[in-house]
Design a protein around this ligand. Structure first.
Ligand SMILES: N[C@@H](CCC(=O)N[C@@H](CS)C(=O)NCC(=O)O)C(=O)O
Length: 230
């Protein structure tokens, strides 16, 4: 039975922009597994598969439901051992946690400061209400104030990506000769920016740009060919 991927969408169901869902899209494609996308807006995420506080991505594979992009990668490696691995060996698994945390604490905050209002503008009206209420509570200010007072620039993004730029001078992917989950963990953040704000906000040259473009092209250009808002 085809795997179901529950993922976040905008007012346009084809606009699937979540960084975490892109980690899972790339993971499924990496393994050559077919999946049916179930795009859902913010206000439908919590109750996926009878949940009450779910976050996407969530997959259903037959009788099994798995939530969280890393847990999904581990599940896919265990369940489909004859497909290319996403995580390899205890030490690499442990270091993948560092990459995930680096992306979420260093790259995501810069990205969100670049595309917050683009995300908001891409949502349906009821999801805009939800997004505004939940994010304003976290930020302690209006979306508009956050977007203008805290704005990040492409230069800020390039600065935070320096460790990746240096790494990719020595190897084509974070994981070496071929991409694995740690690559997708960082890729998701830049794909989020590309889908919501367009190419102009992304690094235009250098190793990060080359790496990102390589990942846009793998798996028949699945990531490059997705619908973008801008
Ligand atoms: N650690 C999780 C993060 C999942 C996450 O934060 N998902 C966001 C979408 S990008 C979500 O479901 N948000 C729902 C909400 O804000 O209510 C993973 O990597 O899967």
């Amino acid at each position: 039975m085809t795997i179901k991927l529950y993922e976040l969408c905008g007012a346009n169901e084809e606009l699937v922009f979540s960084p975490h869902c892109w980690k899972t899209r790339m993971s499924l494609a990496h393994k050559g597994l077919d999946f049916d996308s179930v795009p859902l807006p913010f206000t439908k995420v919590a109750t996926i598969e009878n949940g009450d506080s779910r976050r996407v991505p969530v997959i259903r594979d037959g009788e099994t439901v798995v939530e969280d992009s890393l847990e999904i990668a581990k599940y896919l490696d265990a369940q489909y051992p004859d497909t290319p691995r996403l995580l390899e060996g205890a030490a690499a698994d442990a270091m993948t946690n560092l990459l995930i945390n680096w992306a979420q604490t260093q790259v995501h905050p810069v990205v969100v400061k670049m595309c917050l209002m683009d995300i908001y503008n891409a949502l349906a009206p009821e999801d805009q209400v939800f997004f505004r209420a939940t994010r304003e509570k976290v930020f302690g200010m209006s979306l508009e104030d956050f977007a203008s007072k805290m704005a990040s620039t492409p230069e800020d993004l390039a600065k935070v990506l320096v460790p990746l730029e240096l790494t990719l001078k020595k190897q084509p992917f974070i994981c070496g000769e071929t991409p694995m989950f740690a690559d997708y963990a960082v890729f998701g953040a830049l794909q989020w920016l590309r889908i919501t704000k367009g190419d102009t906000a992304l690094p235009k040259e250098g190793e990060v740009s080359n790496w990102f473009n390589r990942l846009l092209d793998v798996y028949d250009g699945m990531a490059r060919n997705t619908v973008i808002a801008a």
